[in-house]
Ligand binder design. Sequence first.
Ligand code: FEO
Ligand code: CA
Ligand code: CA
Length: 731
Amino acid sequence: MKDFEISEHSAHRHDDDVCTNDSNNPTLQSMVDARLSRREVLVGGLGAAAAFTAGSAGMLASPDAKALPAGFSLSFNPVAKNLADTVTVPPGYSVTVLTPTGEALTSSTPAYVGDGSETGDSYAFRAGDHHDGMYYFGLSSDGTRPDPRNSRRGLLCINHENITQPFLHANGATVVGGVRPVADEVIKEMNAHGVSIVELVPGPSRSNPVAFNRGSRYNRRITSLTDVILSGPVAGDPQVVTRYSPNGTRTRGTVNNCANGFTPWGTYLTCEENWAFYFRRAAGDNANRSAAEVTALNRYSIPAGAAGNYGWTTVVPSDPSDTRFSRWDATVTGATPADDFRNAPNTFGWVVEIDPYDPQSTPRKRTAMARFFREGAWPANFVPGRPVVFYQGCDSRNEYIYKFVSSARLDPRDLARPDRLAVGDKYLDSGTVYVARFDASGTGTWIPLIFGINGLDPNNAIYPFSSQADVLIHARLAADAVGATKMDRPEWAAVNRVNGEVYFTLTNNSTRGTTGPAVDAANPRSYADQKGAATQRGNVNGHIIRFREDGNNSSATSFRWDIFGFGAQADADPANVNVSGLTDVNDFSSPDGLWFGRETNDSNGLLWIQTDDGAYTDVTNCMLLAAVPGRVGDGGTVTINGVQTPVGAKATESRLRRFLVGPKGAEITGLDSTPDGRVLFVNIQHPGENTPASQIGSPELYESHFPGGGLSRPRSATLAIVKDDFGIVGL
Ligand code: FEO
Ligand code: CA
Ligand code: CA
């Protein structure tokens, strides 16, 4: 979602407008004088990265991940910054639009009309809104079984993070006296969240090589109303008992599905980011809560008096036993937790595992991986005989970077099993969650979040932890307690398949060095930037941090890090703001989506960067860039306003350039390709979202008409991008 600026007309709270981290964790201010040893950063080359990498879901590929040749340069013509209401790509590339919001996913669903007249129930069979993280799973040519290497037929899993509410309804949302009187509108909004699974088949031409198969038996929606199993250590815990599941083993739906992940056994991971803002809690509810509960609810942004996004709880259902609306009210109203939804918030914030190949399967929330405002879950390279490891960020200001290390070690025989979610039980229901501390020296430590260790016990001054399930449910509080480093909003991660190095976007932080923590080595910038007459402060444009695990072992408890690059406008102060030396062909702001090319094709060494910006949008719409990544420590150190920090080599125009600029009001997010790298999938999220609800009915005033053009309503959508010679995209 667009998260830097809060539009006055927004009906919901964005992730950047609340900061609940009041912990005293080190900001490294005390260490700004520490001297980084250049030698420490530069020695210890990678050697042979002996990791086997997953070919794509379901396979282990050769150990020889293909690196770009030394001195490789990007060859496509960079796209200029622009404010056009279209998708701009380099000459020699074509764009096809797939499954935009509202598209009918089954043959029996009425075609999308585009006037908001589609019913709420029909959205359980239509593409949802706000396309976000995604992953392509290959199918065999006859469509009967997984074939991870097949680029011509496959299943695309697409997250639907949120909604642009006014465009979903004929005249915008109906609200009377603060109440939503039209239940069908709210059902539509719930169904427009979640995940789509859509089958892609060969398209009509080389410039249009994939097409959506509306009749596929695999096409499926998972929404905020779908039954989901709670799996792992928190399942059955008293803190997840609800009226929906009195034994605490299930919950209803998934929401605010932002980024994603995948497993080598062929499942999709969808991740719950700003779920907390959907919950209402009555102003007086603290009186019915323990002190620990109040601490936890505040830390997870559900304070007493929270209204809940879109007023979903205000619907009065015709059937009093219908709890689809009241389940978003976390107020204590019943005699016991099994009589109300006080615990419903504890059933969100998780990784949700989905088997895309089995349309009848029930998704499972993987509680061993911990609960926060989870952006995604990105796998380290998969190595037989070692744990599986997922990197994950908590995207709010001053939150943390985490990783999950499975207890089970990867057995390649598991990867072709047909009971994929049972394989998930083996690897994702038991393990250790760590949180990162970044030290000024350029080293870092992973601190385990284990009940009874590091003060995570009933005597803890921040929160009285009662069990490992309690630590997992309240991972933010556990991370506060162990001294993790507060970061500038961790968004996506990406793992370099060639050398295992891990990149994280830190999208921006308006509180850094202003009302929040001081700058530190890992979050070293705080400055003023002009946007028209407005002065923006803090880390306005964001940066990208990266690290290499010690021993090139993703289970290691220590790492080395540097800052790959800093977002900035090209004409900003080169010493303290445009530290990476960006120019007009590659300047960007608010990096968000991040992806390395698939390891099964020659583009695996390219890093792709997407933006979700509100700071530089006076100059350009959001964008996608491609980069040649280098490696940790290849740039030495810089000193920014007195703070010394390790950095990557400066960007050059041949190694970082803009590949795409999106339409008006949209963020660019979600990225994958076919395994052969010849079709790149990119999501356009919320074009036209700055259109005031009052302008519905005046289509000439809509901020965007993408993708339909004319006077049509804007729709989120997936792009399929190909090179005219059907070569690998980006090379
Ligand atoms: Fe959904 Fe953190 O962006
Ligand atoms: Ca500016
Ligand atoms: Ca995002």
